[in-house]
Design a protein around this ligand. Structure first.
Ligand code: NDP
Length: 240
């Protein structure tokens, strides 16, 4: 194995790759040699990530899609199959926040957006992409959850529910797919400095950065084949 490019020849789909944590993950996997397939709803931001990857000498392909729309993910999977004939890594990162009010004030449409993106979207992506991995008897699926999926989050109950749900989904799918030689892991970061979560009053120099999460994902997908790390919790070294 080429130690500088351990993912050479591999194809990695990253959802929500236009900014924040997803963009950092896509850049990191491309740096390690994978072709990064960038998914998200906004063509312009996906193109920005693709250009950053190309400028650094990496390979990227943009497929705009909304993870809440199954047929768009099915189209993306068909394109990955026809273009590359393989899918090695799926990172389910696309997500939305919701940290403004207690659950009893949350509008039903906001509940739907949070759950449909953060939980149903992962189900749809696995439904669309896992068959490629099953046919190849190989693959790695990484779901980006949150420490909010481990703890109580006042004023973020729907978000917390989506991430607690995502953890349960991940543990279960890991058991379903390990017999197909597909390793399924969940990464649960604390607060990361992106547009998603409020961080007023926190010291950005101490906060987790998108690259910290990307580093964990890169570790997961370069683990030796005999074993896999099923869950990673990430905390800042010093409280921000
Ligand atoms: P950002 O808001 O910076 O980025 C979210 C990304 O998801 C964007 O690229 C957005 O692109 C994409 N996205 C949102 N909705 C959809 C959709 N329906 N279909 C496709 N793509 C979509 O957030 P982060 O980078 O902070 O968050 C990434 C993940 O990390 C999320 O799952 C989040 O819950 C998780 N996380 C974040 C933490 C934090 O503190 N920031 C902490 C722990 C976990 P577009 O709008 O163009 O579609």
């Amino acid at each position: 194995m080429d130690t500088a490019s351990p993912l050479a020849g591999q194809v990695a789909v990253v959802t929500g790759a236009g900014r924040g944590i997803g963009a950092a993950i896509a850049r990191k996997l491309a740096q390690r040699g994978a072709t990064a397939v960038l998914c998200g709803r906004t063509q312009a931001t996906l193109d920005e990530t693709a250009h950053a990857i190309a400028d650094a000498g990496g390979k990227a392909e943009v497929i705009a899609c909304d993870v809440t729309v199954l047929h768009q993910l099915e189209y993306a999977a068909a394109r990955v199959e026809s273009t590359f004939g393989r899918l090695d890594i799926l990172v389910n990162n696309a997500g939305v926040g919701g940290f403004k009010e207690p659950l009893h004030n949350l509008l039903p449409e906001d509940w739907d957006t949070i759950l449909n993106t953060n939980l149903r979207g992962v189900y749809y992506a696995i439904r669309a992409f896992a068959p490629l991995m099953i046919r190849a008897y190989s693959g790695h699926i990484i779901n980006i959850s949150s420490l909010a999926g481990k703890n109580a989050l006042p004023n973020g109950a729907a978000y917390a529910a989506s991430k607690w749900g995502l953890n349960g989904l991940t543990y279960s799918v890991a058991e379903e797919l390990r017999g197909h030689n597909i390793r399924v892991s969940v990464v649960c970061p604390g607060s990361v400095e992106t547009e998603l979560s409020p961080h007023a009053g926190k010291d950005p120099n101490k906060m987790l950065q998108p690259d910290d999460v990307a580093h964990a994902v890169a570790m997961l997908v370069t683990q030796e084949p005999r074993s896999f790390v099923s869950e990673i919790l990430i905390r800042p070294t010093q409280k921000p």
